[in-house]
Structures are given as structure tokens and as C-alpha cells.
Design a protein around this ligand. Structure first.
Ligand code: NAP
Length: 279
């Protein structure tokens, strides 16, 4: 039976470390959280991030804008926050309402306050191996692998999904740690051919029970990034957990795996931004 990687416990440990380091700064770190519209899931995520900030001694400044906010007004707010000395990080909750272009908005955030690590400047620094911030979800996965002493160097790593926020940066981080990385996506032919070879399998697709035991090598480490709903509305990942667990060496549950780590790594990025601003 696999060891279950406890993301909740590790996230608490990371947040504790962040709180201790934040308390040592001369000014409290600050996060501006911008939410446009009334998307219920986004409201829940934003509330969670604001709670995390409070736990870590980080001040949060909430900006709730109506769904019909124009791009110019949103960009004006971001420019104002870029110049606000109390604000170390700026988070614009995605997805934005359809008339707003996420790319334009992300590009407007000052790179030194881009704590989601979505700005091309920070993505470029990540890929060239000189990152300022690490993207929260892949960084959370790396933190888990390190905590459980999972070896990466020379190992066959397979990442399912190639999104800008998870799959691509995940592959970049694993490559930097000397993993031999294959990225699969919706156009991959015979995906199981690749997954069966994987010492480390990271799934970030968004399809319930996509990963079945026949796709997993015995003793593989299985990391499930996805947050889906099953037929009963319960939160679940891409991996058929009950069926894959006996075959894996380590596995992350959903919930209680990557999700809490993503939130904790955001706190770490805000701390990094504040330390850089106060250096
Ligand atoms: P996304 O932007 O929708 O990307 C999904 C990726 O999966 C795409 O690259 C897509 O391929 C690929 N894909 C779709 N169907 C596939 C299939 N049948 N076989 C193989 N690949 C397939 O999603 P995302 O934002 O990366 O998120 C992925 C999942 O992670 C979602 O469940 C999301 O909720 C979750 N998530 C969790 C956290 C967390 O903190 N735990 C954070 C972010 C996201 P193409 O590129 O060819 O379309």
C-alpha cells in the first residue's frame, strides 16, 4: 500500500515557517486580492487565500469589482497597486469575465509583485533556471516530493496536461531537477504507453478516473493535481485513488494533497516578494 502524502500537514508547516519569517520583517507583507464578478468558486478561493494571509501575518487588501468592470478600470487599479508601497503581491483571481483578457491583465502586473508567477518575465526566469517566484501548484508538488525524499534525478517523469499554470511549469521544474520528462496532452496517442514507464506520474488534466491502475508502474509515485467533482458531487482528482493506491509507492489524496500546498506556496511567494522589497 502506498504512503499517502499529507498535503494538509505539510502546508501547515510551510505556513508556520512563512509566519515566522514574516514576523521578522520591519513591515508586514501585503497582498492585494482582486476579484471581478460573482463567480461562486472564485469567491471561495479568494476567501481561503485571505484566511491564509491572516494566519501568516500577511495583510490582505481586497478589491471586489463588479462583473461589468471595463478593462481600462481594471488596468488602472493594477497600475495603482503596482505603485502602492504596502502591497508586495498582486493576485487577480481567474477566470475573469469573458470581456476581459487575462493575458493583458497579467502582463500589467509588475513582475516583482507577480506572486502567482504568471507574468512572462517570471515564466522566462523560471525556464532559464533563475526564478524569482515559483508557480504555486508545481512548487507545491516539488515541496511534497522533497519532504518525502522522493528522488527525481535521472527518473522518468510523466506529466499529464500542458497548461501554462500547471503542466508546463511542472515539466520545467522537474527538468531542472534532472528528471527525464515527458508531457502528455489531449492529442497524445496511446498515453498509457508513457504513463506505464513513469517512476513519477503527475496528473493535471481535470478528468475523473483518467488514471487507472493498468496505466501505473508498480512502485510509481503518483501526484494528483486535479480538482474534479465525481458523480456524487464530491471533490476528487484524475486518479482512481482506491484502485491505484495499492500499486503506487507514494500517492497524493484529493482533497488533502496538492490543493493545500498550492495555497501555502502562494504565501511563500508573498513573503519572498516582501523580503525582496525590504532588502
Ligand atoms: P487546463 O488548462 O484545462 O489544462 C488541461 C490539460 O489537460 C490540457 O493541457 C489538455 O490538453 C489536457 N487534457 C485534456 N484532456 C486530456 C486527456 N483526455 N488526456 C490527456 N490530457 C488531456 O487545466 P489546468 O488549469 O492545468 O488544471 C488541470 C486540473 O488541475 C484541473 O482539475 C484543475 O482544477 C486542477 N488544478 C488544481 C490546482 C490545485 O491547487 N490542486 C491548481 C490548478 C489546477 P490540451 O493542451 O491538448 O488541450
Amino acid at each position: 500500500m502506498a504512503v499517502k502524502i499529507d498535503g494538509t500537514a505539510l502546508a501547515a508547516k510551510v505556513k508556520h515557517q512563512v509566519a515566522a519569517e514574516a514576523a521578522a520583517l520591519s513591515r508586514r507583507p501585503g497582498l492585494a486580492v482582486v476579484l471581478v464578478g460573482e463567480d461562486p468558486a472564485s469567491k471561495v478561493y479568494v476567501a481561503g487565500k485571505e484566511r491564509d494571509c491572516a494566519e501568516c501575518g500577511i495583510e490582505s487588501f481586497g478589491y471586489r469589482l463588479p462583473a461589468d468592470t471595463g478593462e481600462k478600470d481594471l488596468l488602472d487599479l493594477i497600475r495603482q497597486l503596482n505603485g502602492d508601497g504596502r502591497v508586495d503581491g498582486i493576485l487577480v483571481q481567474l477566470p475573469l469575465p469573458g470581456h476581459l483578457h487575462a493575458e493583458t491583465v497579467i502582463h500589467a502586473i509588475a513582475p516583482d509583485k507577480d506572486v502567482d508567477c504568471f507574468h512572462p518575465f517570471n515564466v522566462g526566469r523560471l525556464v532559464t533556471g533563475d526564478p524569482v517566484f515559483l508557480p504555486c501548484t508545481p512548487a507545491g508538488v516539488m515541496e511534497m516530493l522533497d519532504e518525502y525524499a522522493v528522488p527525481i534525478r535521472g527518473k522518468r517523469c510523466v506529466v499529464l496536461g500542458r497548461s501554462n499554470i500547471v503542466g508546463k511549469p511542472m515539466a520545467a521544474l522537474l527538468t531542472q531537477r534532472d528528471g527525464t520528462v515527458t508531457v502528455c496532452h489531449s492529442r497524445t496517442e496511446d498515453m498509457a504507453h508513457y504513463t506505464r514507464e513513469a517512476d513519477l506520474l503527475v496528473s493535471a488534466v481535470g478528468k475523473t478516473k483518467l488514471v487507472t491502475p493498468d496505466m501505473v508502474k508498480a512502485g510509481a509515485v503518483v501526484i494528483d493535481v486535479a480538482m474534479n467533482r465525481d458523480e456524487n458531487g464530491r471533490l476528487c482528482g484524475d486518479v482512481d485513488f482506491a484502485a491505484v493506491e495499492p500499486k503506487a509507492s507514494y500517492i497524493t489524496p484529493v482533497p488533502g494533497g496538492v490543493g493545500p500546498m498550492t495555497r501555502a506556496m502562494l504565501m511563500r511567494n508573498i513573503l519572498t516578494a516582501a523580503q525582496n522589497h525590504q532588502a
